[in-house]
Design a protein around this ligand. Structure first.
Ligand code: CU
Length: 160
């Protein structure tokens, strides 16, 4: 009888471990399956706007929709999502309300295309910039990206 009690206790322990690990996995998935890297460009003295470029790699089987980018370390600053389009031979920036990354898809921001426009910041090469990405489902992802000098940002652009 006591043997049976022990087995039942073990089974319920295993079950609760399974439940814990499943719950953990559901919570951890978005961060693990969405990889975000990027950099911001150093701003010349007196510049009022900065730019940053992220690469989002979505390894999950569902699309992700980036709806807002915040600068948690600087409440005065803001980040807007933009794309650059050429209209009648003139390139113009257009604000985006959302950036979608398809399931198992990838989105690479770069100069002359989709980018983040930063206001209220001064960015020097070698610094780190903290960003908070806010997705349509309410999930957030915090990350830090390096600030690169114009020369190394250019280098990155040419060599991938
Ligand atoms: Cu812009």
């Amino acid at each position: 009888m006591s043997g049976r009690v022990k087995v039942a206790g073990l089974v319920s322990l295993v079950l609760s471990l399974l439940l814990v690990s499943t719950a953990y996995q559901v919570q951890a998935d978005p961060a693990v399956q969405l990889q975000v890297t990027g950099y911001a460009r150093e701003m010349p003295p007196g510049a009022v706007m900065g730019a940053a470029y992220l690469t989002l790699i979505n390894g999950s089987p569902r699309a992700r929709r980036l709806q807002k980018v915040e600068l948690p370390d600087n409440v005065q600053a803001s980040a807007a999502m933009h794309t650059t389009e050429e209209v009648d031979g003139v390139s113009r920036m257009r604000p985006l309300t959302e950036i979608a990354v398809a399931e198992r898809g990838r989105l690479e921001m770069r100069p002359g295309a989709t980018h983040l426009m930063l206001h209220g910041v001064k960015l020097k090469a070698g610094e780190l910039l903290a960003l908070r990405l806010v997705f349509a489902d309410g999930e957030t992802l915090d990350l830090q990206i390096p600030v690169r000098s114009a020369v190394s940002a250019q280098h990155q652009h040419h060599h991938g």
